[in-house]
Design a protein around this ligand. Structure first.
Ligand code: HEC
Length: 158
């Protein structure tokens, strides 16, 4: 390899390293904010952070084992997934039983309704968490956008 070639390679590598460094800096700085929410009559009427949900993304989040993993406990109209749990009630037709605000509270913090529930509070205030893995310290299980996506999906289950 000629000297100028290897200098070129080194500067390319340095450039790539710089891009990565800047990239991880940006992700750290833009950590998701925690939007406070208000419960009224066992409903959270306002979308978290005023965000708009996307039902198709919500369906994927419900399946994803590292996100909602709702299928561990609930049956849902997701035929391509073989396992549907029955620890919780079936969510098929849930939007004809519960309103948007009621669904949002259940995803955000089911413990407000049933303090003994095994359902995770996906957007419970991080100060309520005890004994969480370091990766989750100060974080919610789902972001506000992900909660809104899941709510948008649940609303399609009429
Ligand atoms: C570890 C089990 C578990 C997981 C995971 C779980 N849930 Fe639940 N869920 C329950 C149980 C149990 C109930 C019944 C009510 C209670 O325990 O308070 C429930 C209740 C609900 C209800 C109210 C249903 C009704 O008919 O009243 C909704 C809506 C719901 N869950 C949505 C979800 C969604 C969406 C996810 C994924 C983001 C999820 N759950 C993940 C256990 C779970």
């Amino acid at each position: 390899m000629s000297a100028s070639r290897s200098i070129q390679t080194i500067s390319k590598l340095a450039f790539i390293a710089a891009v990565f460094a800047v990239g991880s800096f940006i992700t750290t700085v833009q950590a998701d904010p925690y939007y406070t929410w208000q419960m009224e009559n066992f409903k959270i009427k306002k979308p978290l952070g005023g965000l708009k949900g996307n039902a198709e993304r919500g369906r994927q989040i419900s399946i994803a084992p590292d996100k909602g993993s709702c299928l561990n406990c609930h049956a849902m109209p997701i035929p391509e997934e073989p396992f549907h749990g029955n620890i919780g009630p079936s969510l098929i037709g849930v939007a004809s039983r519960l309103t948007e605000g009621e669904l949002r509270l259940r995803v955000v913090d089911e413990k407000q309704i049933n303090p003994e529930t095994v359902m995770p509070g996906y957007y419970r205030h991080p100060k309520h968490f005890t004994l969480v893995a370091e990766d989750y310290e100060g974080k919610t299980f789902l972001t506000a956008q992900e909660v809104e996506d899941v709510v948008a999906y649940l609303l399609t289950l009429k």
